[in-house]
Design a protein around this ligand. Structure first.
Ligand code: ADP
Ligand code: ZN
Length: 216
């Protein structure tokens, strides 16, 4: 049923976009585009973009709409459209959403749904500050709720588990402010297009089932 379904995952930091992406990818192959993962790869590789982005990310700000959109466009333009896609963490501003609409129109690849993972600020802060992830495969864990079996080592790939620099409480609060100011307007934008599906993000187990139910 997910064959060729084109999705945007929208939600505050820590809402579980990455986790839901991983679960969806288990039910069908998807082209998964996580702009956060892509930027972290640039930082790790020490590229010019990585150097520019690092402090922006730690301060909870956003990388420029043009740079991010160019990054996403490059992947989408190369893609053979064999599978559906998950845009995870993009778009994040109204301007990006408009740029994406234009791009998808050109590529003849319309969105089927925008899944908005909704949670209270308190909930998101708690989840963010206890989040840990794999440096190698980007799998996401939680220190308390679902840690890896062996402390510090990824269950899937034996990679090193770490906490993101921007998951400190101070950074997390700034990212949440950025979300409210810059990303929240997208909810109305996509609602007007009839694409929005809202799902509560606090029940980890229920999120996938709810998503599938509502997509159907
Ligand atoms: P989160 O857990 O906050 O959803 P992400 O991994 O999606 O984190 O993104 C991490 C950081 O990368 C963001 O705080 C932001 O600085 C930058 N970033 C990711 N996606 C975008 C985007 N679409 N536009 C601008 N900046 C982005
Ligand atoms: Zn791993």
């Amino acid at each position: 049923m997910f064959k060729k379904t084109n999705l945007v995952l929208l939600g505050g930091p820590g809402a579980g976009k990455g986790t839901l992406s991983a679960m969806l990818k288990e039910s069908a192959p998807f082209l998964h585009i996580s702009t956060g993962d892509m930027l972290r790869a640039e930082v790790k590789a020490g590229t010019e973009l990585g150097k520019q982005s690092q402090s922006i990310m730690e301060n909870g700000g956003l990388v420029s709409d043009e740079i991010i959109t160019a990054m996403v466009a490059k992947v989408l333009q190369k893609d053979e459209k064999k599978y559906g896609m998950i845009l995870d963490g993009y778009p994040r501003t109204l301007n990006q959403a408009k740029m994406l609409d234009e791009l998808l129109l050109k590529l003849n690849r319309p969105l089927d749904a925008v899944i908005y993972l909704h949670g209270s600020d308190d909930f998101l802060i708690k989840r963010l500050t206890s989040r840990i992830m794999c440096r190698k495969c980007n799998r996401i864990y939680n220190q308390y709720a679902f840690p890896p079996q062996k402390t510090g080592v990824c269950d899937d790939c034996n990679g090193e588990i770490y906490q993101r620099d921007d998951d400190s409480e101070a950074s997390a609060r700034k990212r949440l402010l950025t979300f409210h100011a810059q990303t929240q307007p997208l909810i109305k934008f996509y609602k007007a297009q009839g694409l929005l599906i809202q799902i509560s993000c606090d029940e980890r187990e229920a999120v996938l089932a709810e998503t599938i139910k509502k997509l159907n």
